[in-house]
Design a protein around this ligand. Structure first.
Ligand SMILES: N[C@@H](CCC(=O)N[C@@H](CS)C(=O)NCC(=O)O)C(=O)O
Length: 236
């Protein structure tokens, strides 16, 4: 059984997609990040970056004590290695899947996230240079992804953890106005992803938690007021 510490955000959806696709038994432990659950000492004990998702595998492959994993990319690799599913085993295929997984982790996720922040959360009118910087970079990354998808059903050919990592970020960009008008390959791939029953189920699983999301001033302080001091205090 996998304990999944989760909230319905782009990074959270990656892992519900994986466990649903792979058919792994799991139990959700909600981490309401707008209420500060990510700073609870019992969560920080295995997720020291005060971010979800994180997992605890209660039945690791070596038969030893439970293993915890934080960082969504590390979780996807861990689960793919555990189950042998959605990451090729041969060195070439595995390297390709990991290239695009890390591309998402270091590029598409952070850049889209900052763009979303300037559009949705920053005091308006948002700093124009910041908005332009992250919008152009996100657009560049979308162009890269669109080119990579040309002639393929999935990012590296076969469906893999790279698709599971990238898709939720493209969905969330759609929510703040990205139409993918000029990116026909991304549009076709997103339709393919949305049609997968496990992907649809992963998004449905998030719905009951969405109503518990807060976006009031208190929540903004929790999410966007963090500094080194926040970490020092939370660490005790
Ligand atoms: N690189 C991390 C990022 C995780 C992350 O940013 N999670 C956000 C929600 S998408 C979070 O937990 N935020 C809590 C906070 O900002 O305090 C990963 O991919 O797991």
């Amino acid at each position: 059984m996998i304990d999944l510490h989760y909230w319905p955000t782009s990074n959270g959806h990656k892992i519900t997609i994986y466990v649903e696709e792979a058919g792994i038994p799991y139990k959700i432990f909600p981490v309401n990040i707008s209420k500060g659950d990510q700073f609870k000492p019992e969560f920080l004990a295995f997720s020291p970056n005060n971010r979800m998702p994180a997992i605890i595998d209660n039945a690791p492959a070596d038969g030893g004590a439970p293993i915890s994993v934080f960082e969504s990319g590390a979780i996807l690799v861990y689960l793919a290695e555990k189950t042998g599913k959605f990451m090729p085993k041969d060195v070439r295929g595995k390297t390709k899947a990991q290239e695009w997984l890390f591309w998402q982790m270091g590029g598409l996720g952070p850049m889209s996230g900052q763009r979303g922040h300037f559009i949705n959360q920053a005091p308006q009118p948002a700093n124009a240079y910041g908005l332009e910087r992250y919008s152009k970079e996100t657009d560049r990354l979308h162009a890269v992804l669109d080119k990579q998808l040309a002639g393929k059903d999935y990012i590296t050919g076969d469906y893999s953890i790279a698709d599971m990592a990238c898709y939720p970020w493209c969905v969330s960009a759609g929510r703040y106005g990205t139409t993918y008008e000029n990116y026909a390959n991304i549009r076709a791939w997103m339709a393919r992803m949305a049609a997968r029953p496990a992907v649809a189920k992963a998004y449905d699983i998030g719905k009951p938690y969405e109503s518990q999301r807060a976006s009031d001033e208190e929540a903004k302080k929790v999410l966007y007021g963090q500094s080194g001091d926040t970490v020092k205090k939370a660490g005790g």
